[in-house]
Design a protein around this ligand. Structure first.
Ligand code: AHM
Ligand code: MG
Length: 337
């Protein structure tokens, strides 16, 4: 049987099923090609001098790595000329990036974390790109980057596509256009993404959890209770032994859950409470929540479904609990909802 490439999958979603527009198909193909370029740069590592600090901070006050900046530039350059976008926003940029006047503007907005897993970049551990696509509201003010921020402030339920690429032993692209979740693997010789799994389903139950245990003393009572119960194992109230896996790159931790189930938590803690949480809503929590729900899992802050949050700023942070449905519902219930 002929290989099903990403291009073919998207064509079927557009032409045969009518799920996406031709512009959205084009947009996703361009993002996938940018991910291939990022994958090549990461693959060269120290040979190309791309490792190490960039010597600058991003808007969140985090030190940027050279590969953070390079990945951001690759995504901006790839996406600005095609005529499918109105504006882009990124973890690495304070304000939205408007499509330059010399190019036509389209109807979509793209947000991304160009390279997620900063602490793993220089140590040859899996990292990735996360992206989310929204429609630009009619009549949105795109006259300045400051004015354009308002167009992005839409709840996650408004996403028309979301995905992530993992740069690990293989480069994979995980995508949803609201019609289930599909996994594509990069054939490095052919230079194309090939469909390797469709209709991904996250098992409702699990025995595996992912959380940064170093933050335990800062967590709130419901998460303390839940993790304590998991650690109590067979003899505890949950009646089974759990295992822990924590990569420290959200893309890799979520990808494990997509593959075999599990629960991922970056909950509210006293260290990050003032800023609302650790992970960013628009380009980390929302795209992952859309993918996880499309795969039959659940995603909450502990108090609210992530996709229902009405954002009030572009770089807003939120607590994240996602993965196997029964486990997410349990810990959410412990928060008193
Ligand atoms: P980044 O986007 O700067 O890489 O930060 C997000 C990352 C996630 O990938 C990961 O889940 C988390 O931050 C790890 O943070 P920490 O090591 O502080 O627990
Ligand atoms: Mg990130």
């Amino acid at each position: 049987m002929a290989l099903r490439t990403l291009a073919r999958y998207l064509t079927e979603e557009q032409r045969d099923k009518g799920v996406i527009t031709t512009d959205l198909k084009f947009l996703i193909e361009i993002v996938s090609r940018a991910c291939q370029s990022i994958s090549v740069a990461i693959g060269k590592g120290g040979l190309a001098g791309v490792l190490g600090e960039a010597g600058s901070d991003n808007v969140q006050g985090e030190a940027q790595k050279k590969l953070d900046v390079l990945s951001n530039d690759i995504l901006l350059d790839a996406n600005e000329w095609g005529g499918h976008l109105a504006a882009m926003a990124s973890e690495e940029m304070d304000l939205p990036h408007l499509v330059p006047h010399r190019f036509p503007k389209g109807e979509y907005l793209l947000t991304f974390d160009p390279l997620d897993g900063s602490s793993n970049i220089d140590v040859n551990v899996s990292i990735g790109t996360i992206f989310s696509v929204l429609k630009c509201p009619e009549g949105a003010d795109l006259s300045t980057p400051e004015a354009a921020e308002a167009a992005f402030l839409q709840p996650g339920t408004a996403q028309v596509a979301a995905g992530y690429a993992v740069y690990g032993p293989t480069t994979t692209l995980i995508l949803t256009v609201g019609d289930g979740v599909a996994v594509f693997t990069l054939d490095r010789e052919l230079g194309i993404f090939i469909l390797t799994q469709e209709k991904v389903q996250i098992p409702a139950d699990t025995k595996e959890f992912a959380i940064n245990m170093a933050n335990q003393r800062f967590w709130e009572a419901p998460v303390q209770r839940y993790v304590g119960e998991m650690q109590a194992g067979k003899e505890g109230p949950l009646g089974k032994d759990y295992n822990m896996r924590w990569v420290g790159s959200m893309v890799a931790d979520v990808h494990r859950i997509m593959t075999r189930g599990g629960i991922f938590m970056y909950p509210l803690d006293s260290k990050t409470k003032d800023q609302g949480g650790k992970l960013r809503l628009m380009y980390e929590a929302n795209p992952m929540a859309f993918l996880v729900e499309q795969a039959g899992g659940a995603a909450t802050t502990g108090r609210q479904r992530i996709l229902d949050i009405q954002p009030d700023k572009l770089h807003q942070r939120v607590p994240v609990i996602l993965g196997s449905r029964n486990e997410v519902e349990r810990v959410t219930a412990y928060h008193g909802i």
